[in-house]
Design a protein around this ligand. Sequence first.
Ligand SMILES: Nc1nc2c(ncn2[C@@H]2O[C@H](COP(=O)(O)OP(=O)(O)O)[C@@H](O)[C@H]2O)c(=O)[nH]1
Ligand SMILES: [Mg+2]
Length: 195
Amino acid sequence: MTVKFLKSVYKIEDLPPIEENRKEIVFVGRSNVGKSSLLNYLTNSSIAKVGKTPGRTRAINYFKWDFEKNKVYLVDLPGYGFARGDRKEIENWKRLMEDYFTTRRDNIALVLVLVDAKVGPTEQDFQMMEWLQYLGIPYAVVLTKTDKANQKDIGQTLKKLREFGVAEVVQTSSKDRKGKQQLLKVINQHLREES
Ligand SMILES: Nc1nc2c(ncn2[C@@H]2O[C@H](COP(=O)(O)OP(=O)(O)O)[C@@H](O)[C@H]2O)c(=O)[nH]1
Ligand SMILES: [Mg+2]
């Protein structure tokens, strides 16, 4: 198993080349939901920067990850839901996301939509899922920080997701190192469907 940081992408022209047999696994969610922590936990590394001024990382961060005979790009997208971002910044973010998903659509094996287990899905999470559905990009929901949520919180979060029609939900805690096997299973399933 090897993981390495490839590059930070600020402009769509700078995306790495599409490689045969290197599909993308993408992490999305609001700032601070735990994207970088989950990426580190999954890859058993500390390669992604955690807790760096939420909402200030506007880059698409690309990593190369080779594991269990698979080769993938891990893609850490800039978080959404930043209340203090100015309008121009939000516009730039939207354009980058639109360009990213339309350009890479066929290369994406799976988008992981991260939802805080205690906070539950936000309006922006639902918008993201609707958009992915529209583009025909497969996604799964990953609950994060389950160590901070009680059973009632988790039950409510699962209910909201079920009502929206989400079939696949993986529960994780990067802090307590829980959920990796289930997450790997979902990733592997989608990589197999792609090939
Ligand atoms: N309790 C708890 N805190 C977490 C967990 N995952 C991340 N955090 C914390 O949440 C904050 C944001 O994490 P980060 O991975 O940087 O989120 P990102 O902005 O989505 O990339 C940091 O302070 C992390 O230590 C978790 O599973 N449990
Ligand atoms: Mg991050």
